[in-house]
Design a protein around this ligand. Structure first.
Ligand SMILES: [Zn+2]
Length: 151
């Protein structure tokens, strides 16, 4: 969505990541950081004490997650908390490097006719739907959008 590559340090007033696994390049561009188990190579977004796949406590290597993937499953959400616009599409996406993430699918009509499991998606980053911290600072969150759109 925002493809301008600014080469500046992040300021304390810059948006904060809405999830711990959203990291920022030196230039400020966000990306998703995955963790890979050193024992079995299972991938995840957190670092549990013991790997949930193999039980090992060998630790994890960080990697920059793929920004493309396919839609695994979705749900069109028709009701939510006050202030949350509906309908929106909650999606489970299998990224191309094995990471599976849940997030909102945007830039597509929220209808079963337009959304197909297996469709190619890409990760995009944007303001976290107006969420702010106590000081009014904004958050940046990840979303998914159709890979063909605006390419
Ligand atoms: Zn493991």
């Amino acid at each position: 969505m925002n493809k301008t590559s600014k080469t500046k340090e992040r300021m304390s007033t810059d948006p904060k990541p809405a999830q711990k696994f959203i990291k920022f390049e030196t230039g400020g561009r966000p990306y998703i950081e995955g963790k890979r188990c050193r024992s079995c190579a299972a991938v995840m977004t957190s670092e549990p004490l013991a790997c949930p796949a193999c039980g090992a406590r060998e630790g994890y290597d960080s990697f920059r997650a793929a920004e493309t993937g396919v839609l695994h499953a979705y749900s069109i959400v028709a009701r939510s908390y006050p202030g949350v616009a509906t309908p929106f599409v909650s999606a489970i996406v299998d990224l191309d490097d094995g990471l599976t993430l849940k997030g909102n699918l945007i830039n597509i009509p929220p209808t079963p006719e337009t959304i197909t499991p297996g469709m190619k998606l890409r990760v995009t980053f944007d303001d976290a739907l107006g969420r702010t911290d106590k000081e009014g600072g904004s958050y940046i969150a990840y979303f998914f959008e159709p890979a063909e759109q605006g390419a």
